[in-house]
Design a protein around this ligand. Structure first.
Ligand code: BTN
Length: 262
């Protein structure tokens, strides 16, 4: 098992002029929950918390996020953005792009972004993002959790999931170095977050070119209603455009779930 070390990550961030203050814990309930609490207590922006294991890791829609100890990356960012709250969903889109770019830079792999918050490799999920807005006495905060399957090789058969190590075509005898991947991701996150206002529409173009859903027939659950159609595009804001069976086009800003239908 290779380690994630806070001191090394902080010095790598310092060397790259990244704003992140990194903490690493061995075990925690959920890094998102921990940062929500710290946000309530007034912690400053740009705190990143990594955990080697989570006892109550959460995904979207009350799903659990379960990962074996020490094999993958599980972390959350606490931010107190100065841009208006309606722009905050853009951080999630930019974060998905940042994780893709970091993987592409480090490995011979090309992940796809499954709108809105998942990353896929070869039709299987490798990463999920969980974004939460937290109201606190110290102002509204944004907590963004990222789970990335790096070195896990065994997944339950009912889970359509894979890991970076598993998808490498030339098998490695050793595990992937999570620390250098973490640095690459933190660097990309900072870089992509600079595009939150100017440059966002161009970033959406890069998301579009990595999109997993476009062209596919899908079923989306939006506010409890099912919607069937073909995912045709992302608009300039990154919302999904779906050509419905009645000939109209729906623009979806968020969805409880999106599945390909064959
Ligand atoms: C999803 O796919 O539904 C989102 C999964 C998000 C998992 C990460 S792991 C780190 C952070 N802490 C959590 O409890 N969840 C996120």
């Amino acid at each position: 098992m290779n380690v994630i070390d806070a001191q090394t990550l902080n010095s790598e961030c310092h060397d790259r002029a990244l704003p992140w203050r990194v903490e690493v814990v061995d075990e925690i309930t959920s890094t998102n929950d921990a940062l929500r609490e710290l946000a309530q207590k007034g912690s400053a922006s740009d705190l990143v918390l990594f955990a080697e294991s989570q006892t109550a890791g959460r995904g979207r829609r009350d799903h659990r996020w379960v990962t074996p100890r020490g094999l993958d990356l599980m972390f959350s960012l606490l931010m107190r953005p100065t841009v208006p709250v309606p722009l905050w969903p853009r951080y999630t889109t930019l974060a998905a792009l940042a994780v893709c770019l970091a993987i592409e830079k480090q490995l011979p792999l090309k992940p796809h972004i499954k709108w809105p918050n998942d990353l896929y490799l070869n039709e299987l999920k490798i990463s999920g993002l969980l974004a939460e807005v937290v109201s606190t006495a110290h102002g509204t905060a944004f907590v963004l959790g990222i789970g990335l399957n790096v070195n896990t090789l065994d997944f339950p058969p009912d889970l359509s999931a894979t890991s970076l190590l598993k998808e490498l075509k030339t098998p490695l005898l050793r595990e992937l170095d999570r620390q250098s991947l973490a640095v690459a991701i933190l660097e990309q996150l900072h870089g992509q977050f600079q595009r939150i206002e100017l440059g966002y529409h161009e970033a959406v173009g890069e998301v579009r070119s990595r999109s997993w859903l476009l062209g596919k027939q899908i079923r989306a659950t939006v506010d409890g209603n099912e919607l069937f159609g073909r995912a045709v595009d992302l608009n300039a804001e990154g919302h999904l455009l779906v050509a419905l069976r009645d000939g109209s086009v729906a623009s979806i800003t968020s969805a409880e779930g999106v599945r390909q239908v064959l």
